[in-house]
Design a protein around this ligand. Structure first.
Ligand SMILES: [Zn+2]
Length: 216
């Protein structure tokens, strides 16, 4: 992504000044704004798609950090609102531009659904995490910090490496799943968090059995 263009903040406070698109060296007329960066229509299209795509991959590949959820939600609504507004603007009547704006709207809405599905259960689920290897076996009682369709983030005091295999066992149902460690890091409270993805249990959290709409 292009670096933020130099914006003169000399004396003027007004955002309505005729700033041009922040993607250098574009000098296009500002039509939208993402992340406080003014953008022309063309760059709104490419920047939005890029942002949505990178977050979609993240949401798919690993447990999405709950701290990122709010920012993601804001981005989605900002993309959707502006895409909608621009699509109704006569100046964007060009079929190609319009199709891409509608594509952004569609993606934003699909991502919103995945995000809700993925972030729905941020509550902790009590579990055992086990390592079952010959000569090296341990088990600890823990809880999840994030759940996603394909995995979870959880607190783990034992040292496990990225790429390692563990067994997760739900305390409530006794169900087990084999999982691969996809990340390890310390959270803001100094606890080791690991992210895992399931190898043989696609719907360990019963997402598909949960209602699509929560009560308001
Ligand atoms: Zn531009």
């Amino acid at each position: 992504m292009a670096m933020r263009a130099q914006v003169s903040t000399s004396d003027t406070e007004s955002n309505n000044e005729a700033h041009h698109c922040s993607v250098a060296p574009c000098e296009g007329q500002v039509a939208a704004e993402l992340d406080s960066k003014p953008l022309c229509v063309e760059h709104f299209l490419t920047v939005s798609i890029g942002e949505l795509e990178s977050r979609r991959r993240k949401l798919k590949d690993e447990a999405f950090e709950s701290s990122e959820t709010t920012a993601f939600r804001d981005l989605l609504s900002s993309c959707a609102q502006q895409a909608h507004r621009l699509s109704e603007d006569e100046r964007n009547a060009d079929t190609r531009v319009k199709a891409r704006l509608l594509d952004i709207l569609l993606r934003a809405s699909q991502l919103g659904q995945s995000l809700r599905r993925s972030a729905r259960v941020e509550s902790a689920v009590s579990m055992y995490v086990r390592l079952e290897e010959s000569g090296r076996t341990w088990e600890e009682e823990t809880w999840t910090s994030t759940l996603s369709l394909h995995g979870a983030g959880l607190v783990c005091r034992h040292l496990v490496e990225k790429g390692g295999m563990v067994i997760l066992c739900r305390k409530d149902k006794g169900e087990r799943a084999r999982a691969r460690v996809v990340y390890c890091h310390y959270d803001g409270q100094g606890r080791r968090q690991i992210g895992v993805e399931f190898l043989d249990r696609p719907d360990f959290w019963d997402f598909s059995k949960q209602p699509q709409n929560e009560p308001a």
